[in-house]
Design a protein around this ligand. Structure first.
Ligand code: ATP
Ligand code: MG
Length: 560
């Protein structure tokens, strides 16, 4: 932490969870211990919403000298997979966090089973033979109490025997459930005898075929927190109604009193964030995979060139609140732009090339011109860029009929501009093909105008990027736009897939500076005037592929 960071941290008001933690510490609760957990279900890849939860949980622990457990909430055998477990661990580490312990809710299946028996023995749980529809109907409505059924009055002995039978595979799926016996008239519908266990003859990614009964979320989650002695169990707002049940189980079982706190989930513009929908995008072929650079997943953002620092900064800026809102994707882009401006090396690449011939420059001559790698970072050093008679410049930097001189500082017939780190050139002529398409510009260079030692006395305003035709490498460049057209996908009508932006990916062939042949995955570059780019995982030594992470300016705000 620099002094500025410390000052900023000191001045930043505490969020409501930090306030709670500080009160608890002052009151000497939990012996001054802070233990949080991040509890993903391994049924998909992590997304930027999870990053908010990760930054919050690990951030609290870091700030207050505590620790964070990574707990896989793997109580639903049908949707879970070890591929997801591995990706989640890689993503949390990439974001810059290290967990104290790696746990699995499935490690607690025996303990949880015994806790359920405890509840039965206390007369607080029973086996119900009703169908799901009957149970729903007997629950009543928010204004009418539930009716219940005869199974509610089963004896403790009968319940113990039946639950054991469930566990031993004596009953078919859907024929019996274990329910808590709480209150069929409770104003909170979740307290009207919620389900604790269901029968499922499914293979589990860790416990194999050992179990055919699995705990419900509400019975697994709070108890897992308690088993680990989590002090602050932080979840999203949809779990507010579950808190009563969380507390009820802990109280009745007399186990460690973990406490649940809720914050607003992250919603972002122009994307969807539920793993179910993201999985559909993958399975239905709308994207190339979970790590498609248009996906809001951590792996997608990483592949696109986002840095962990920029994601953490984003999470810090959006803060923690108790009401839901919609955060603009542009804010995340702002954060990565700021970070890359400091760290990305500047290089030249021409995305839509037009050839320039410098008619007064000797054929077969190559000059190496020094250019700074990053003007924001003197330590980044300089490199040599080859310059020769034939160059590519950006097609949009030439206009056949340019506007008046004060509005156009780039090339046109008779006009002058500077080539970055090189010379001033003047355009004299251009060549068109039979379709009227300009194929070539003929220019001259001013020999004594070399950057850094300019003695020409000529003043030009425009500086253009370029690459030398003979030295450049061709590369596929992928330009991305918003994945969905609708700003607020929670309000979008019909199938969410109908709102996909058909122009979210454009591919072009660009010409890049020779140094980019050595580009590495994970390195970020600024393609001068064109944005921040990184090498894509599809790239091979034979075929370079670059992703545009973000443009240099927020073009989206303008288009809107
Ligand atoms: P999804 O709805 O995307 O499938 P989930 O809540 O089912 O997400 P989990 O794997 O259960 O995903 O989430 C792990 C943790 O991340 C939970 O504590 C959850 O509250 C949190 N989380 C999930 N989505 C968001 C979000 N959009 N914003 C903030 N936290 C989130
Ligand atoms: Mg969940």
């Amino acid at each position: 932490m620099t002094i500025e960071d410390k000052k900023e941290a000191a001045e930043k008001p505490l969020n409501f969870i930090e306030k709670i933690v500080e009160e608890d510490l002052r009151a000497g609760k939990n012996g001054g211990r802070v233990l949080t957990r991040f509890p993903p279900e391994p049924n998909g890849y992590l997304h930027i919403g999870h990053a908010k939860s990760i930054c919050l949980n690990f951030g609290l622990a870091n700030r207050y000298g505590g620790q964070t457990n990574l707990r896989f909430d793997d109580t639903n055998p049908v949707t879970e997979d070890t591929e997801y477990v591995e990706s989640i661990k890689a993503d949390v580490r990439w974001l810059g966090f290290e967990w104290a312990n790696e746990f699995y809710a499935s490690d607690y299946f025996d303990t949880l089973y015994n806790l359920a028996i405890d509840l039965i023995k206390k007369g607080l749980a029973y086996v119900d033979d009703s169908t799901a529809a009957q149970i729903a109907e007997q629950k009543g409505t928010p204004t009418e109490p539930g009716t219940g059924n005869e199974y509610r009055n089963r004896s403790i002995e009968e319940n113990l025997a039946l639950f054991e039978g469930m566990r031993n595979g004596q009953f078919a799926e859907g024929t019996k459930v274990l329910r808590a016996k709480i209150d069929l008239a409770a104003p909170n519908m979740l307290l009207r005898d919620p389900l604790l266990y269901r029968i499922k003859f499914a293979h589990h990614h860790r416990t194999g075929n050992k179990w055919c009964v699995y705990p419900m979320y509400d019975f697994a989650h709070g108890q897992s927190d308690s088993i680990e002695k989590i002090t602050h169990s932080i979840c999203t707002l949809e779990f507010v109604p579950h808190r009563d049940l969380y507390d009820w189980c802990i109280e009745k079982l007399g186990i460690f009193p973990s406490k649940q706190y809720e914050f607003a989930r992250l919603n972002m513009t122009h994307t969807v964030m539920s793993k179910r929908k993201l999985l559909q995008l993958v399975n239905e072929g709308f994207v190339s995979g979970w790590d498609d650079p248009r996906m809001p997943t951590i792996s997608g953002l990483r592949r696109r060139g986002f840095t962990p620092e920029s994601i953490r900064e984003f999470c810090d800026r959006i803060g923690i609140a108790r009401h839901e809102n919609l955060i603009s994707f542009s804010l995340l882009e702002f954060c990565v732009r700021e970070h890359l401006n400091k760290k990305a090396r500047r290089v030249m690449a021409v995305l839509d090339p037009i050839k320039v011939i410098i008619t007064n420059y000797p054929e077969n001559q190559t000059e190496l011109l020094s250019t700074e790698n990053n003007p924001e970072d003197p330590e980044a050093g300089v490199r040599q860029v080859p310059f020769s008679r034939e160059l590519y410049i950006e097609r949009e930097d030439f206009m056949e009929n340019p506007p008046p001189p004060k509005k156009w500082f780039r090339l046109g017939p008779g006009l002058m501009a500077r080539l970055k780190s090189a010379y001033i050139i003047q355009c004299h002529d251009f060549v068109k093909d039979q379709n009227g398409h300009i194929t070539e510009l003929h220019c001259t260079y001013v020999a004594n105008s070399k950057s850094g030692q300019d003695e020409s006395g000529i003043v030009v305003k425009g500086t253009l990027h370029w690459v030398s035709v003979q030295h450049a490498h061709a590369a596929e460049v992928r330009l991305y736009d918003r994945l969905f057209k609708a700003e607020d996908m929670s309000q979008a009508e019909g199938n969410f897939q109908d709102h996909i932006n058909p122009e979210s990916l454009q591919r072009t062939t660009a010409f890049v500076e020779p140094c980019l042949a050595e580009a590495q995955i994970g390195q970020n570059y600024q393609f001068v005037r064109k944005g921040y780019f990184c090498l894509d995982t599809d790239s091979t030594p034979q075929k370079l592929v670059f992703n545009r992470t973000v443009t240099l300016k927020d073009s989206w705000a303008k288009v809107k």
